[in-house]
Design a protein around this ligand. Structure first.
Ligand code: PXG
Length: 438
């Protein structure tokens, strides 16, 4: 018989974690409030990452906490298949209100990964519903992150997330990523690289437009180190996809809910996708929930045939879960009442300036930013990529700031409630960490 201690760390197989290393020297968070986590050894840590890019309103915000407490006591769960409950409809209306014009419908999921699978399936089924069922190809991009399920890793472009998982989806192709050396030190959108969108024309020529269902991209690629779209690039993608009848999916799991200073990146860049995937900031990270936004044209294409038949054979047990919906409404209330999207836009220039002032810190080879997102790229240790940035992450945690690393890139995305003095603290401590690094 296995007899485990309550604090035995072996049973929990941790996600995206070096389990053996972590369990020798665990970093445990036990509390959170506003901009800070509390560690198990009683230290306050300034949250430079909004959890994992999700707690955009900061932590343990009263309105959200109360809404969840109220809802869990009133109605814990209700099915959404052939049944409804008002709060899921209310949230959908509220979401559509802040979405780009014409994104009139939402399909609920439980995560970003599920939103991606859902959007890809809707894209395929949409073409089929319109008599273009031969449009089955899906186009992603190198260095894209679209979650960890099979569709998402197939269109995604992160080698380690793909290579040990078999043959993935067939009929997928990838555009080149947009990260160009000549754009180093760009503030906001880089100047060079709009022409990379023309690679889509090449792919269309190769396969035939009539075989392609959708193109999926992150407006700003987050997980692979903050790759900001070159000026004109997203506009070109839109033009090419529209010309060829290909759907454009924006994966807004990170960029949604104010991260760039608008509700969604689609509004920030003034480029209208056909489908948008979201999660994370939708409930401030408090309860898992995602949503796919669909244009009226896509939704309406399904609403034909006999009315007693199910139009889309897709959905999750927890789609529109009442507690998540309550968290979502309270989150949107908090964003609105505190003007947090506008706040992000107002803080962005201060953030940009502070971040780029790290240019002369040790090991720094590039800095990038957009909205309240920032990346500081370090020179890798020869023969040991990722080690330097991970050492920075550990030292930062000891110093009382939480950052994220991917490869040798440090990524930051603080809650939108961050104060200027806290930006100074975050970036000041990061400088100290970098200057002290091997
Ligand atoms: N799409 C995008 C653009 C994402 O960034 C997902 C989909 C998947 O979401 P779920 O909820 O299934 O995890 C993501 C998630 C990081 C980091 O450190 C980023 C994510 C998740 C965890 C860590 O960059 N993005």
């Amino acid at each position: 018989m296995n007899v485990h201690q309550p604090n035995d760390l072996s049973a929990f197989w941790m996600p995206f974690t070096a389990n053996r290393q972590f369990k020798q020297n665990p970093r445990m968070l036990v509390g959170a409030k506003d901009m800070h986590y509390t560690t198990s050894d009683g230290r306050e840590v300034l949250d430079g990452t909004a959890g994992l890019w999700c707690c955009n309103a900061g932590h343990c915000r009263p309105k959200i906490t109360e809404a969840v407490q109220r809802q869990v006591a009133e109605m814990d769960y209700a099915p959404a298949f052939q049944m409804g409950h008002p709060i899921a409809f209310e949230l959908a209306n509220r979401l559509v209100d802040i979405a780009p014009e014409g994104m009139d419908h939402v399909f609920y999921t439980n995560s970003g990964s599920e939103s991606v699978e859902t959007a890809l399936k809707i894209a395929l089924a949409y073409h089929r519903a319109r008599g273009e069922g031969q449009r089955t190809r899906l186009i992603g991009r190198e260095r894209g992150y679209h979650g960890v399920n099979f569709g998402g890793i197939s269109v995604g472009g992160i080698v380690n997330n793909r290579k040990v998982f078999g043959s993935l989806l067939t009929g997928v192709d990838h555009m080149p990523h947009t990260h160009l050396a000549e754009n180093a030190w760009s503030k906001g959108q880089p100047e060079h690289g709009a022409n990379l969108a023309d690679e889509l024309e090449r792919i269309v020529t190769l396969h035939g437009a009539e075989t392609i269902a959708a193109v999926i991209v992150e407006p700003v690629a987050g997980s692979t180190g903050v790759l900001v779209p070159p000026k004109g690039y997203l506009e070109k993608l839109r033009e090419i996809t529209r010309k060829h009848g290909i759907l454009l999916i924006f994966d807004e799991v990170i960029t949604g809910f104010g991260r760039l200073g608008s509700a969604f990146a689609a509004q920030h860049y003034g480029v209208q996708p056909d489908l948008m995937t979201t999660a994370k900031g939708l409930t401030n990270g408090v309860i898992p929930m995602g949503a796919v936004f669909a244009s009226g044209a896509i939704h309406d294409a399904f609403m034909q045939g006999p009315e007693h038949l199910i139009e889309l054979f897709h959905g999750y047990t927890y789609s529109g879960n009442p507690i998540a919906a309550a968290a979502g409404i309270a989150t949107l209330d908090t964003y609105r009442e505190e003007g947090l999207f506008e706040r992000a836009a107002e803080l962005a220039p201060y953030w940009e300036e502070g971040l780029h002032a790290l240019k002369d810190a040790r090991h720094v080879i590039d800095i990038r930013n957009e909205g309240l997102i920032g990346a500081v790229e370090l020179e890798p240790i020869e023969g040991a990529p990722t080690k330097r940035a991970f050492a920075a992450f550990l030292a930062a945690y000891e110093k009382g700031i939480l950052i994220r690393t991917t490869g040798d890139i440090i990524a930051m995305s603080p809650p939108l409630i961050i104060e200027k003095a806290q930006i100074d603290e975050l970036l000041g401590k990061l400088r100290d960490v970098l200057d002290a690094l091997e």
